[in-house]
Design a protein around this ligand. Structure first.
Ligand code: FE2
Length: 185
C-alpha cells in the first residue's frame, strides 16, 4: 500500500477529524524516528498513519479497536509488520519489534505535545520547547488521560527521553498546518 492509498483509506474512515490529525502527527513522528534509528522510513510512517483507522467505528467498543483495523489492513495486503504494530498499540499482541515499541511510545506523546502546544499563546508547536513539555508532564491534572510511562517507553527503542520529545516536536511542527497547530494567525 502506498502512502497516498493509506491516506485515502484513513481519511475515508475518519474524515477531517482530530483523529485524522492525530494519525498524521504519529506518521510524522514515526518517520523521523525511523530515520534516526536507521529503520525503514516508509514502513514506520505507514504504521503511524494507519494505526487508528478504525477508532471511530470502534468507539464504545474499545476491545475491538485495532482488531478491526488489522483485518482491514490485511485485506488490503499491508505488510504484517505494520499490522503487528497496529495490534500492539492496543495491547492485542505483545510488542516485540522496534516498530511496535516505537508506535507505543509515539501514540500518547503526540497527544500530549498537542495539548502542550494548544495552551501556548502561539497555539502552535513552532515555539514549543522540550523543557516546557516536561514541566507540563509533572502536572498530573494536565492532559490527565495521557499515560506518562507510555511516553517514556521510548527508552525501549534506545532513545533518550529529551531527544525523543525534541524529535517528536520537530516532526509535528513540520506538519503543523495539517494537524491544527499552525497557530492563531
Ligand atoms: Fe493513536
Amino acid at each position: 500500500m502506498t502512502r497516498d492509498e493509506a491516506f485515502d483509506l484513513v481519511k475515508g474512515r475518519l474524515g477531517e477529524t482530530a483523529t485524522l490529525a492525530h494519525c498524521l502527527a504519529c506518521e510524522a513522528c514515526m518517520r523521523m524516528l525511523a530515520a534516526r534509528l536507521g529503520a525503514d522510513v516508509e514502513t514506520w510512517g505507514l504504521a503511524g498513519l494507519v494505526h487508528d483507522l478504525d477508532l471511530d467505528e470502534c468507539e464504545g467498543d474499545p476491545e475491538r479497536h485495532a482488531v478491526v483495523g488489522a483485518e482491514i489492513l490485511r485485506q488490503r495486503g499491508v505488510a504484517e509488520e505494520i499490522v503487528h504494530a497496529v495490534l500492539g498499540h492496543n495491547n492485542k499482541v505483545e510488542r516485540t519489534s522496534l516498530l511496535d515499541k516505537a508506535l507505543w511510545a509515539v501514540d500518547p506523546t503526540t497527544g500530549f505535545i498537542t495539548a502542550a502546544a494548544l495552551i501556548r499563546p502561539s497555539r502552535s508547536t513552532s515555539d514549543l520547547e522540550v523543557s516546557s513539555v516536561k514541566k507540563r508532564m509533572k502536572d498530573k491534572r494536565f492532559a490527565a488521560a495521557v499515560n506518562r510511562d507510555q511516553m517514556r517507553a521510548c527508552a525501549d527503542i534506545g532513545v533518550d527521553f529529551d531527544e525523543f520529545l525534541g524529535l517528536c516536536i520537530k516532526a509535528m511542527d513540520g506538519v503543523r498546518d495539517r494537524i491544527g497547530l499552525a497557530g492563531a494567525a
